[in-house]
Design a protein around this ligand. Sequence first.
Ligand code: OSB
Ligand code: MG
Length: 375
Amino acid sequence: MPRIDRIELRIVRLPLVRPFQTSSSRKAHLDHILVRVEGESFAGWGECASPSDPYYCPETTGTCWQILEDFLAAAVLGRDWSTIEELTALYRPVKGNRFAKAGLEMACWDALARSSGIPLHRMLGGTRPKIFSGVSLGIESSVDVLFEQIGRYLDEGYRRIKLKIAPGWDVEVVRKVRERYPEILLQVDANSAYTLDDLPTLRALDDFDLLLIEQPLAHDDIIDHVRLQAALKTPICLDESIHSAEDARKAIEIGACRIINIKVSRVGGLLEAKRVHDVCQARSIPVWCGGMHEFGIGRAANVAIASLPGFTLPGDVSGSDKYYAEDIVDPPILADRGAIAMFEVPGLGVEPILDRIEARTLRRQSIERNARMTG
Ligand code: OSB
Ligand code: MG
C-alpha cells in the first residue's frame, strides 16, 4: 500500500536549442515543474509540462504550482492507495487543471512501476517494442529556413513532418513544401488560429495530400469542427479540444474529427490517456502521441504510452536533442532513424540527473505529510 509522505516540487528551466513559434506563442526556454513523490519504501518522478503562459490552454506554470501545492498535495499526502484509479479518486473533487494532475500522477506511476519492478510501458499495456516519430516544426522567418529544418530531420530519418501554420504562413508555405517533397508524410497544426470564416483557406489545404489538419478552430470547440470536417477531404485531428475520454467519445460521435492527438498532460495523466486511446481504438479512430516539449521525464512517459496498439500514426515524440542541448535524464532519449525503443527497466526507465536539475532549478518547495497534518 503506497503512502506518500513527501512531495517535492521544483520549477526547472531549460533553454531550447532554437526558439519555437506557433500561432499562439513563441518560446526560447521552457519552465516545467518536476514532481517527486516519496514514501517509506518508494519514490517516483513526474513532469508537469504546462506552458508558462495561457496561450495554448488556460493552465500556466503558476496555476499548476498553486493547484499542486494547495490542493493535489493536500489530497494525497498520507492517504492509502494501491492503484492509480484509487490515487486519482483522492483528487477527483478538483475540476480541470489537468496539466497539474498529470505531473503528480506521472510521479505515482513511476513510483508504482519502480516498486513493482515493471517497466511503465508494460504496466500501461503497451505492445510495441519501439515507436515511430515525426517532428513538429515551428513557424520560421522564411520558407528557406523551414526547408533547412525539414531537410535536416528527414536526413535523420524522422517519419513525418508537421508544420505549424497560422494566417499568413499557411497555404503558400504548404504548397512550396509539397512541391519540394512530393512523397513525405506531411501534416499541419493551426493551434486554433482559424474560424469558419476561413473556410476558403482551409479548403485550399485539401489539395496537398496532408495526413491531417490539427486543431484548425477554437481551443474549446467541437461543434464548428463538425461543419468543417464535412467540408474537407483531409481528416481533422483534435488536440486542444480533447481533455478526456468523454470529450473524445463526443467529438467522434458528432463527426468533429477522424484522428486524435493524445497528450498525457492535456488529458490529466497516463490513466486518462489510456482511456482516450481505448475509446478511439473501439471506434477505429487512429491516434498519435503529441508533446509539449517535454524534458526527459515527461518524454519517457510519452514513449511508454505511445507503445499502446492504437498509436498507429507517427507521433511528435522526437529525440530530446531536437529541443535541448542537455536534458535532465540518463539515458538520454534519442531517436534512431525516427524510432525510439522502449526502456526495459522498472518505472519510467530514466534516471533524473540530480546535479543538472539542481543547477537549473528556479524555485523549490517540499510539502510533508506531517507539516500538513499538524498545520
Ligand atoms: O500543439 O502540438 C502542439 C508544442 C507546445 C504546445 C503545443 C504543441 C506543441 C508541439 C510540439 O507541436 C510537440 C513536441 O515536439 O513536443
Ligand atoms: Mg497541436
